[in-house]
Design a protein around this ligand. Structure first.
Ligand SMILES: NC(=O)c1ccc[n+]([C@@H]2O[C@H](COP(=O)([O-])OP(=O)(O)OC[C@H]3O[C@@H](n4cnc5c(N)ncnc54)[C@H](OP(=O)(O)O)[C@@H]3O)[C@@H](O)[C@H]2O)c1
Length: 262
């Protein structure tokens, strides 16, 4: 059976990972306003380059440009390729930013580089999901559907889980360097500490939180906060305060206190 055409719009990390993982299943085309890069990737991966603005094969396009460019790109494609359905992979934007009649978003819950395999990766999908589920199947992924209007809160959740956890680790590493020369084994120890802390919360919810604030060790918190300046100090106190409130019955119910959600 001839392969169905599928057009990748964009030339970044996700575009390259998609090309590598989907080449065997679809007749892939690439187009992008960055003509040189699109041409280069077409040659590198042996797929067809279509100059941006030229008619595209009827079918689907996956817009994997920067989030800020997705809406405009969809509008432009609707002008020069009006019979295409549009898909994007942004975590925050919903399919509402796309201008095609059939549209959806498929967001993989993982960090992607050109070498990423999507085998077993979970995607959050919304919109006309029938236009993307076969692509996720071909990638070896899995999916669950969310409401279009819940897309932004879904992404906010992932920012807490991914970005803020990583930021706290980065800040911890900076402070550890102040301790002095560290052995190479510190990397594994940090990874182990971080993974087990996350695992404890996944297993036990807020009861899985440990540390001075969970124990109510106010003196330790005061001493440690006094060693810090600027936003490190603010983040230490704010996070300790939230953990303490969670362990002492949910806080003072002021407007600013949302700990009952946790
Ligand atoms: N990477 C991730 O971990 C990840 C995970 C989930 C979802 N996403 C989503 O996937 C979409 C694409 O993200 P991405 O990570 O592929 O973005 P990216 O690597 O930053 O690429 C985005 C765009 O930046 C331009 N670009 C990239 N590398 C360039 C270079 N070396 N020189 C010049 N221009 C370059 C390209 O412009 P043109 O568009 O003009 O070709 C490319 O399409 C976004 O909607 C993002 O939210 C990303």
């Amino acid at each position: 059976m001839p392969k169905e055409p599928l057009c990748i719009v964009g030339t970044g990390k996700v575009a390259q990972a998609l090309i590598k993982n989907l080449k065997a299943y679809y007749l892939l085309h690439i187009t992008s306003p960055s003509e040189d890069r699109a041409q280069e990737l077409a040659e590198k991966y042996g797929i067809n380059h279509i100059p941006y603005g030229n008619p595209l094969p009827h079918g689907r396009v996956i817009i994997v440009r920067k989030d800020a460019d997705i809406e405009k790109t969809s509008e432009e494609i609707s002008q020069f390729a009006p019979f295409t359905s549009h898909i994007h992979m942004s975590g925050m934007l919903s399919s509402d930013v796309l201008s095609s009649e059939k549209r959806c978003s498929m967001h993989p819950i993982m960090s992607i580089t050109p070498d990423t395999s999507f085998q077993g990766v979970l995607f959050a999908v919304e919109g006309h999901i029938d236009i993307c589920t076969d692509i996720i199947d071909a990638l070896g992924g899995k999916y669950f559907q969310i409401d279009t209007e819940k897309k932004a809160i879904y992404h906010t959740a992932l920012v807490f889980i991914s970005n803020f956890t990583a930021l706290n680790t980065l800040m911890g590493l900076a402070l550890l360097r102040e301790v002095g020369t560290l052995p190479p084994e510190i990397v594994d120890s940090v990874r182990n500490l971080s993974y087990t802390s996350i695992d404890n919360v996944l297993k036990y919810g807020k009861d899985g939180l440990t540390g001075p604030a969970a124990r109510g060790d106010h003196e330790t918190i005061e001493i440690e906060a006094s060693l810090l300046d600027g936003f490190l100090r603010e983040l230490y106190i704010l996070q300790s305060d939230v953990i303490y409130k969670l362990h002492s019955g949910g806080g003072d119910n002021s407007e600013k206190d949302d700990s009952s959600k946790i």
